[in-house]
Design a protein around this ligand. Structure first.
Ligand code: PLP
Length: 394
């Protein structure tokens, strides 16, 4: 039997995908499971995007493209970054990849040497630490405490920097917490990064999904120096409900983009051609569907937030972005006689037929993540089930 590589043996499987698979399995067995584990919008991709992709195929656009993406798509991404963030990038400063996840993977492969450190505010998106480790880097976790609205401070950042620190990931709005850094907070973090020459990886995949009148700010917008210090990561998955199309991008330092393009030329060759044509339509066409989806998410959030926080032992910071609630359920789990939130979440699925993702996978074992990328009906039913489950166990 072939021995697996040690770096792969050390990988933790994605807890979000695992819970989704378990929920699907129970559903297939005939159970009425409500899945709140998914990390994808429940809307279909807007029709004009689908039409543009089909048209491109019918016109014979079914061959390889340049490894960093079609020039037309890079041009549309450059326009989008100018329109939304006021940032100007040359085509050579943009790389399109097979989803933001793969772009991040390629980025870590391009910048990390063995033992290099990447600062990851915790709670974090599950793939960051694993991707850093796959590039033989060391994830350095810095607690973004609930008391500080799940954000790290400039002082915490300063204290976690060593001679090996290479980069920091800023994910705003955040998965799983839904928190958004303000301009001032980003400015302070940015100053520390500039002082120590630390690359800022700004994952802005939830940029378009912000609520309560909040505004997303990219750290790259704040000064020319910060723009040079930042790799902006974004894509169409969450904004245009295009998760399965697998199109994401990075914009930033030309030498890093060139190295990533080299790597892509030996791994993916290029992101799927048809999907790139869809993404051109997503950025060039009307942005109305994006706003409609955002409004629907906000309505759902406002409806279930109150119901969720009315459950005894459940507290939750109200998210300003993304489509997740990240309540602290430790008290509820203990009152219901579970030793850990992991066990509580497992029982919720088995007994109450509600799939949530335990916070341990995000580095926050007292919390759990509920995605509200599902209909209001289902959401209200799910929160009702959680409430009944807790009260019956107490
Ligand atoms: N970044 C964050 C924080 C995410 O939550 C996700 C998806 O769940 C991604 C990046 C990757 O998005 P995609 O690879 O679909 O573009």
């Amino acid at each position: 039997m072939t021995k697996l590589a040690s770096r792969v043996q050390a990988l933790t499987p994605s807890s979000t995908l695992a819970i989704t698979a378990k929920a699907k399995e129970l559903k297939a067995q005939g159970y009425d499971v409500i899945g709140l584990g998914a990390g994808e919008p429940d809307f279909n991709t807007p029709q004009h995007i689908i039409d543009a992709a089909v048209k491109s195929m019918n016109e014979g656009q079914t061959k390889y493209t340049p490894s960093a993406g079609l020039p037309q798509l890079k041009a549309e991404i450059a326009k989008k970054l100018n329109r939304d963030q006021g940032l100007d990038y040359k085509p050579s400063e943009i790389i399109v990849g097979s989803g933001a996840k793969h772009v991040l993977y390629t980025l870590f492969q391009a910048i990390l040497d063995e033992g290099d450190e990447v600062i990851i505010p915790t709670p974090y998106w599950v793939s960051y630490p694993e991707q850093v480790k796959l590039a033989l880097g060391n994830p350095i976790f810095v607690t973004a405490s609930e008391e500080n609205s799940f954000k790290i401070t400039a002082q915490q950042l300063e204290e976690s920097i060593t001679s090996k620190t290479k980069a920091i990931i800023i994910n705003s709005p955040s998965n799983p917490t839904g928190m958004l850094y303000t301009k001032e907070e980003l400015q302070e973090l940015g100053e520390v990064c500039l002082k120590h020459d630390i690359l800022i990886i700004s994952d802005e995949i939830y940029e378009k999904l912000v609520y309560q009148g909040a505004k997303h700010v990219s750290i790259a917008e704040l000064s020319p120096e910060l723009k040079s210090q930042t790799m902006v990561i974004n894509g169409v998955s969450k904004s245009h409900s295009m998760t399965g199309w697998r199109i994401g991008y990075a914009a930033g330092n030309e030498a890093i983009v060139k190295a990533m393009t080299n790597l892509a030329s030996h791994s993916t060759s290029n992101p799927t051609t048809t999907a790139q044509y869809g993404a051109i339509a997503a950025y060039a066409g009307t942005q109305e569907p994006v706003e409609e989806m955002r409004k629907a998410f906000e309505q759902r959030l406002n409806t279930i937030y109150d119901q969720l926080t009315a459950i005894p032992g459940v507290t939750c910071l109200k998210p300003q972005g993304a489509f997740y609630l990240f309540p602290n359920v430790k008290q509820a789990a203990m009152a219901a006689n579970f030793a850990t939130v992991d066990e509580f979440a497992a029982a919720l699925l088995e007994e109450a037929l509600v799939a949530v993702v335990p916070g341990s996978g995000f580095g926050a074992p007292d919390n759990m993540r509920l995605s509200y990328a599902t209909s209001l009906d289902q959401l209200e039913k799910a929160v009702g089930r959680i409430s009944t489950f807790v009260s019956e166990k107490m």
